[in-house]
Ligand binder design. Structure first.
Ligand SMILES: [Ca+2]
Ligand SMILES: [Ca+2]
Ligand SMILES: [Ca+2]
Ligand SMILES: [Ca+2]
Length: 768
């Protein structure tokens, strides 16, 4: 099988044969709505690689990606994204190629490797890689991935295979030129088409034949009354006096010039329009998103999840909605914390090395269901939602919609405290222009997978080319350190030199990520908030399979510090053995491509872009799994950059009051600050014992404000205070006042302890 003495000359040989060209293509459309693409591919390059102790040939074509299927040859493919003309469906396709060129015999093409779950809790079973197919691979020069609809624009995904391989002889064939002819046929009009200019701008960037947009009706203007919506419970929709509320979040969006509002789950599920037979329901053929009749139990499509999704269909169509924040947790085990329930959907586990000891988890909590609004997601009406065209028992059609109509994020809030933490961070962040916004940190652990996959840092290094020159990239890699870094190393960085964007590859679990446990995350004290993209397993399992809120929830809503948002896996993150091509890695790369190359900087849109960028690979091992399980914990509208700049209140005075006392006795502490524009201010006292005052106010700028607190336990506490103005911009924290309970020795009550405002007043007057 192995050949000798051939590989080192191949690059030169190929250049002589073909010269060097760049992959390129042209397009043509005829009047009958057929579309032709002309492709010319760069010449392949072949290099020898070693996997384990066996030698393989890796073949690449400039500008093309390689397929990656377990035990199958990895070969270059060209994904084509075809906008179908308005009112047309895909009918048929044909391919014409230039002459078949042989690149020689006896090649041993690299095979797709086993996937490896990025978790601490799992030991890999013994695996072997073997090439089991017979004949020429792939059997056809193209594969049809499917047709999906984005806001009523139908997009056909086709992959071309200009390189084929025959296992028995080891011969490689190459087609230099390929013409792809797409035939379409008339279909009913696309009723989910709403024709907004903003939709047109997205689709033009997505497809390979943007000019076909001319077949679609001219853009219309819709009164976009709710571009941004929050869906939450009745209780959590109200504004609260002492906390940041979702009402404050809505106000901050309105301040940015968006239209925005809150809708409650209670109102949605009691509205007949959103029931299964209602105007927007899955059993109503006149619903604009209807694709197929319901099979099986109609009630299966009438639960809270379905009704909430039906409401989002309405909001998209009639209210011009493009951002949806799901404002609630989805804990199955606790009805009171199942506020915006999640749809769990199914992905095939082929290629995942799960052993019998593990419950083979295929119910993946996925907010994709709320973003992608076409069809009912369960064509064959069984217990599995989101099956691919093979799993769908009724038709060769993907049950899932993979192109999102709206951009979705989730705030897994359980309480007013959680809402306050989340909202406070969003408002602060979207007004921050702190230099930390240009700090990026890559965090890599020892993964222990075979070969090049041993180190998380090797995966992270693939992203380096995406980081712009004017950003500062730091790394924290086990690979590069004399010891494995500890959580204290990372927590010190997070607290003192906070990066803006963190990208992590390392073993994780529901309550463990980046070597921190939930309690460690809760103890962070950073004022600038970071965003995390992590490959780790289960850290984003917000449905609480192990009975507790996952660590992603702690990062984002359980503390007023830590993260502004992040993308974490609800189930296994998927690395690979022996290669840096991996499902989790593919989505990660596309996310960074969105932010830094495509200028897609809203968190929700970047999240969906990363999924949609990988649709051509959706049938590869683990890819659908990762498409479903990567959820955005955060506000989908918030942008990584281009923040507005307002002026927050000045840093408040260090709290003034007794520096020692006894537990169980109430003490009073005072502070003051001013707002540069003279806006009214609110204050937030942090008592250092895990309790705080909530927001109190508003007070006129410059007015001294006092608040009482009683500590219940002995100890030393640091009191600090911050302020916000009426538009929600926050000051820095004050210098802390240390208070010991009980006092170490009995002192007479000094003057200032009796009259706490006096010292403050004096200090304040002298500082003027
Ligand atoms: Ca199904
Ligand atoms: Ca869609
Ligand atoms: Ca949860
Ligand atoms: Ca919860």
């Amino acid at each position: 099988m192995l050949k000798i003495g051939k590989i080192f000359a191949i690059g030169v040989l190929l250049s002589l044969l073909f010269g060097t060209t760049i992959t390129g293509f042209g397009i043509n459309t005829s009047k009958n709505n057929n579309i032709t693409f002309y492709f010319s591919f760069s010449d392949p390059e072949i290099q020898e690689i070693i996997i384990g102790d066996e030698s393989f040939d890796k073949i690449t074509v400039n500008g093309l990606t390689n397929t990656f299927n377990f035990n199958e040859p990895c070969l270059p493919m060209k994904p084509v994204k075809i906008l179908l003309p308005y009112g047309q469906n895909f009918d048929d396709l044909s391919i014409e190629t230039s002459e078949k060129i042989s690149l020689g015999n006896n090649y041993n093409i690299e095979l797709g490797q086993h996937l490896a779950p990025v978790t601490t809790e799992y030991e890999l079973p013994k695996q072997s890689i073997q090439n089991n197919y017979v004949g020429i691979y792939p059997g056809k020069q193209y594969s049809i991935i499917g047709t999906y609809s984005f806001r009523g624009y139908k997009v056909l995904f086709v992959n071309l295979h200009p390189v084929q391989y025959e296992k028995e002889s080891g011969e490689i064939y190459f087609y230099k030129n390929m013409d792809l002819l797409i035939k379409t046929k008339h279909s009913s009009y696309q009723r989910s088409y709403r024709g907004l200019l903003q939709d047109r701008e997205v689709i033009v960037d997505m497809v390979d034949n943007p000019y076909t947009i001319g077949t679609y009706p001219k853009p219309v203007s819709l009164n976009e009354t709710f571009e941004y919506i929050i869906i939450t419970s009745q209780d959590f929709s109200k504004s609260t006096k002492r906390y940041y509320s979702f009402q404050d979040l809505i106000q901050s969006k309105i301040n940015k010039g968006l239209t925005a509002g809150i809708f409650t789950v209670e109102d949605i599920i009691s509205n007949p329009d959103f029931e299964v037979n209602g105007s927007w329901g899955d059993n109503n053929p006149s619903n604009p998103f209807y694709n197929s009749p319901i099979i099986g139990d109609v009630e299966q499509f009438n639960d809270e999840q379905a009704r909430i999704r039906n409401f989002i269909r309405y909001a998209y169509t009639e209210l011009g909605t493009k951002y949806v924040l799901l404002g609630g947790d989805a804990d199955f085990s606790d009805e009171s914390q199942n506020i915006v329930p999640v749809r769990c959907i199914y992905a095939n586990e082929t290629g995942l090395p799960l052993s019998d000891e593990w419950f083979e988890e295929d119910d993946i909590p996925s907010d994709v269901y709320y973003a992608c609004l076409d069809g009912n997601f369960n064509y064959d009406g069984d217990e599995r939602w989101g099956e691919d065209e093979i799993g769908n028992d009724e038709a060769d059609i993907d049950e899932a919609d993979l192109l999102s109509e709206v951009w979705v994020g989730r705030a897994c809030i359980d309480s007013e405290d959680d809402i306050s933490n989340f909202t406070m961070k969003v408002i602060n962040y979207q007004n921050s222009n702190d230099p930390y916004l240009k700090e990026v940190l890559f965090v890599g652990e020892h993964l222990g997978f075979p070969g090049v996959s041993e180190w998380g840092g090797n995966y992270k290094d693939l992203l380096i080319p995406y980081i712009p020159d004017d950003f500062n990239l730091e790394t924290l890699y086990d690979r590069d350190l004399p010891y494995y870094w500890t959580k204290y190393d990372l927590m010190d960085i997070l607290n003192t030199d906070t990066p803006h964007i963190i990208n992590h590859d390392g073993h994780s679990y529901y309550g463990y990520n980046m070597r921190m446990y939930t309690g460690d995350v809760d103890s962070l004290t950073n004022d600038n908030y970071f965003f995390v993209y992590s490959h780790g397993c289960m850290a984003g399992g917000f449905d609480n399979p192990d009975g507790y809120d996952c660590i992603a929830e702690h990062y984002t809503v359980k503390t007023s510090y830590a993260a502004i948002g992040g993308i974490w896996n609800a189930r296994f993150g998927l690395g690979s053995n022996n290669t840096l091509d991996s499902p989790s890695g593919a989505y990660d790369i596309s996310f960074f491509k969105a932010i830094f190359e495509e200028n897609i900087t809203e968190m929700g849109r970047a999240s969906h872009y990363s999924k949609e960028d990988n649709i051509p690979r959706i049938a590869e091992n683990g890819m659908r799994w990762c498409y479903y399980e990567t959820n955005l914990f955060g506000d989908p509208e918030v942008s990584f950059f281009n923040h507005s700049s307002g002026t927050p209140p000045n840093k408040p005075e260090k709290p003034d009051g007794p520096s020692s006392g006894k537990p169980g006795i109430k003490y009073s502490y005072c502070t003051v600050t001013t707002d540069p524009e003279g806006d009214d201010v609110y204050y937030w006292f942090d008592w250092g014992d895990g309790k705080n005052s909530g927001w109190i106010g508003p007070f006129p700028s410059g007015q001294i404000v006092c608040e009482n607190h009683t500590w219940s336990k002995k100890g030393t506490y640091e009191i600090k205070v911050k302020a916000k103005n009426t538009i929600g911009l926050q000051s820095k924290w004050s210098d802390p006042l240390s208070v010991s309970m009980p006092r170490n020795k009995i002192l007479f009550l000094n003057l200032f302890e009796k009259f706490p405002r006096l010292l403050l007043l004096l200090r304040y007057l002298f500082s003027m």
